[in-house]
Design a protein around this ligand. Sequence first.
Ligand code: CU
Ligand code: ZN
Length: 164
Amino acid sequence: MTSQSTPGDIFADLLRYNTPSALAWVRGGEAAPALSGLVKFYETPYQGVLVEAEIFNLPNKSAPGSSDFYAFHIHQNGDCSGNFAHTGDHYNPSGQPHPFHAGDFPPLLGNEGYAWTAFYDKRFSIKDIAGRSVIIHSHADDFTSQPSGDSGSKIACGVIEIMH
Ligand SMILES: [Cu+2]
Ligand SMILES: [Zn+2]
């Protein structure tokens, strides 16, 4: 009997046995001081990058109107100072509209404040995103509105650091 590995099998092994090529420690700002988490970026045997995120203490799970989805992006600048006022626009090296920015991610899904996700992404390389920021927003991304999906304020930020 033979068994063939799918990309998903390879990705599961990467998450379990490998160290990421880059990571971002994410910290909440004024609106979500208890928020913390880690986003990891893995090289794959393919052209794209495997991204895994684990986030704790997302803030507005019981707020009226909250969908419990949180927009999740790479922003241009790796500067989380000033309650994230200096992170710039979505990472968008090819001048596309939202949600075709290279920095547009699938949203986080909160579960009583906890989110875990992993996805495969061919829109950037790890060297492209080094020194930029990962941002979590207060609301869902509508994947339509320009320039950033009408996703509310920036509630958390982390700078993407290459691991050596
Ligand atoms: Cu954003
Ligand atoms: Zn975007």
